[in-house]
Ligand binder design. Structure first.
Ligand SMILES: NC(=O)c1ccc[n+]([C@@H]2O[C@H](COP(=O)([O-])OP(=O)(O)OC[C@H]3O[C@@H](n4cnc5c(N)ncnc54)[C@H](O)[C@@H]3O)[C@@H](O)[C@H]2O)c1
Ligand SMILES: [Zn+2]
Length: 349
């Protein structure tokens, strides 16, 4: 369940009575961990992690499990993850397998974590360079949302989360999409996109309400469809093209973040949708203007042919070579359509 905190110390209200509390934190969010530990003096052990996709592995989960074992963690223990998606995925996975499963809670410290990774119970680690190949579904006891922790995020990491935030509103809440844009588009209107601890406070505070809204939307979708039999796949909006873009970037040794790829993927999905007569006229142009004002990329650097090949290979390709596309109709509404990637013909620019 998501819990909104107006300050970090409030976490004590929820966890102070826990008999066996263990903390796993990202060293880049050590300042958050320090405030949490000050509010929770009973923590049995806190482990700081240097995080990277290369270290999001079974080895790290095993090391965490060893720490738990050496500290006599019983099946009553609760692990609290403090960090971005890497930390919450790793901690959730460890909680899912230690002694056949113990409880865990997430305190996401990235925007992407708050609206996406820390919600919904998908946990996992990478295997041989393949992302999230090993994992379990395990719901966190709590996901704590606190806007304050976003103040130290580097701009690019912050924008990666913005992309998922907009995705959530585009698929489920058109009014929220329209309402959050002014907070994101113009620093003069209050938001200083976080660059460091000196970021101005009120703007991040104003964003907090929308972060909670997005998190709850994901939470509700997951509650209705925990194992992605249907509706949960809506959350893949922008990700079919996005994964293909990430794949192509990796192949060419270019640096495109997940959020940037998803932003481009949503634009491509909107253009495709318009070309099929599914989206309202002008949707793609509108999204392009919105994304560009926020600082998200809008020009896909790769030709459609390269993306088609990557999509056809994507693990989500079903029998017959068809891929389930999430197509935007209007902000707040999407539909599914199964298409063969090689049948796509539309202007990607
Ligand atoms: N489980 C899911 O449903 C799900 C969904 C989406 C993504 N993910 C996973 O999440 C990961 C991506 O998440 P992410 O973008 O949060 O990545 P991340 O955990 O790597 O965090 C991004 C960067 O921000 C740093 N950081 C974290 N909090 C900070 C803070 N408050 N101040 C300054 N720096 C901070 C981290 O050290 C890291 O360098 C991927 O591994 C992805 O597979 C999981
Ligand atoms: Zn994503």
């Amino acid at each position: 369940m998501t819990q909104e905190l107006t300050n970090i110390g409030q976490i004590g209200t929820w966890l102070a009575e826990e008999p066996e509390l263990f903390v796993v934190y990202d060293l880049n969010a050590a300042w958050v961990a320090r405030e949490v530990l000050a509010a929770l003096p009973g923590v049995k052990k806190a482990v700081g992690l240097e995080t990277s996709e290369e270290r999001k592995t079974l080895d790290t989960a095993r090391n965490l499990s060893r720490v738990l074992l050496q500290a006599d963690a019983s099946r009553r223990a609760l692990l609290l993850a403090i960090g971005g998606g890497i930390t919450t995925d790793l901690t959730g996975f460890t909680a899912g397998i230690y002694k056949r499963g113990i409880r865990y809670a997430n305190f996401p410290t990235t925007l992407l974590g708050q609206v996406d990774a820390a919600i919904g119970g998908k946990t996992g680690v990478n295997l041989d360079g393949y992302k999230n190949m090993l994992g379990v579904f395990r719901m966190p006891e709590y996901t704590f949302l606190c806007a304050d922790v976003l103040r130290t995020l580097p701009r690019r990491t912050f924008l990666s989360g913005v992309s998922e935030l907009l995705k959530t509103f585009l698929l489920a809440d058109g009014n929220a999409y329209a309402a959050v844009l002014p907070l994101l588009t113009d620093t003069k209107q209050g938001l200083s996109v976080p660059e460091g601890p000196q970021n101005d406070g009120p703007a991040i505070g104003a964003l907090g309400k929308w972060v909670v809204r997005a998190a709850r939307i994901k939470e509700e979708i997951v509650a209705r469809d925990p194992y992605e039999q249907g509706e949960r796949a809506k959350l893949n909006l922008g990700h079919t093209f996005g994964h293909a873009i990430e794949h192509e970037a990796l192949r060419r040794g270019q640096d495109i973040s997940h959020g940037e790829a998803v932003a481009l993927g949503m634009l491509l999905a909107a253009r495709l949708s318009e070309s099929l007569g599914v989206a309202e006229n002008g949707l793609a142009a509108r999204l392009e203007a919105d994304f560009s004002a926020i600082g998200l990329p809008t020009q896909c650097p790769y030709p459609l042919e390269a993306l088609q090949e990557a999509m056809a290979k994507d693990k989500k390709a079903q029998g017959g070579g068809k891929v389930k596309f999430v197509l935007p109709v209007t902000p707040g509404e999407v539909i599914f359509q199964e298409l063969n990637p090689y049948d796509l013909h539309f202007d990607t620019k």
